[in-house]
Design a protein around this ligand. Structure first.
Ligand SMILES: O=C(O)CCC(=O)CC(=O)O
Length: 259
């Protein structure tokens, strides 16, 4: 399958270095709302909806991880970014690892949040089957229970409701095809080929992709740094926005300091 034109938003000065932000399974680019304003003070921030999500097209599956990477490369071409910093969470991080390994010249610095080089294939195949048979709404409350720690969710019922609605609005087939991408991938052989300076972020209480997954990534990518956010579950950028935004700013700003 060739690249599709994904839906995206650009914030920040036109001549600033570009940062691309990539969403997790079931989310949209709106998941980066807590990060965009601060990042956009120093960077040209491109957020997009992975195919099958949000306002992007949901072509019939199957998709491969390389299809998702092709979409990012086309997006970078579209916004005129020969090279960009890239941050991705979970599925977005998987896209980022493959992008950085396959197209090293296109990635300046990489941030990988709550992601995995090899996830549980059976669980994601079951998730895909459930999305197809009962719709993404049937998954929403279980998935959100992994995105936030129980205490934070209890204190933020409005956020929980918005996140559940976001998942319920995801295209059933698009979600399923992306879940199968996660089921099929094995990026362990790619890690040693990633040359972009890399920050890996874990949520200490992430029940979806626990910190062991990120430790393996950090050990496999030469020179990678590992940060654990606590308390934090699968979407610590929502629960600990200041810490996660600060870590991204520090990591991407280091490019300027090193110049
Ligand atoms: O979040 C992702 O992109 C993949 C892992 C996942 O679906 C975790 C979850 O929401 O349960």
């Amino acid at each position: 399958m060739s690249a599709i034109a994904v839906s995206y938003t650009v914030d920040g000065a036109a001549d600033a270095p570009v940062v691309v932000l990539s969403n997790s399974l079931g989310a949209t680019r709106g998941m980066w709302d807590p990060q965009v304003p601060a990042l956009a003070e120093r960077f040209r921030v491109v957020t997009y909806d992975t195919r099958g999500h949000g306002e992007s097209p949901a072509p019939a599956g199957p998709y491969t991880l390389d299809d998702l990477v092709d979409d990012v490369v086309a997006l970078m071409d579209e916004v005129g970014a020969e090279r960009a910093h890239f941050a991705g969470l979970s599925l977005g991080g998987m896209t980022g690892m493959r992008l950085a390994a396959r197209e090293p010249a296109r990635v300046h610095r990489l941030a990988l949040l709550c992601t995995s080089a090899k996830a549980d294939p059976q669980g994601f195949r079951e998730r895909a089957a459930a999305a197809r048979s009962a719709g993404t709404a049937s998954l929403a409350s279980t998935v959100v229970s992994r995105w936030l720690t129980p205490a934070y969710a209890a204190a933020h019922p409005g956020l929980v409701a918005r996140l559940e609605a976001m998942i319920a609005a995801a295209d059933d087939e698009g979600y399923a095809a992306c879940a199968e991408v996660v089921a099929d991938l094995d990026l362990r052989g790619d890690l040693g080929h990633i040359t972009a300076p890399t920050l890996v972020v874990s949520g200490a209480e992430d029940p979806a992709l626990p910190p062991d997954h990120q430790r393996l990534i950090a050990e496999g990518i030469p020179g990678a740094e590992l940060l654990t956010v606590s308390p934090g579950a699968h979407l610590p950028n929502l629960e600990q926005p200041l810490q996660v935004t600060g870590a991204l700013l520090g990591h991407f700003d280091a490019a300027g300091a090193a110049r």
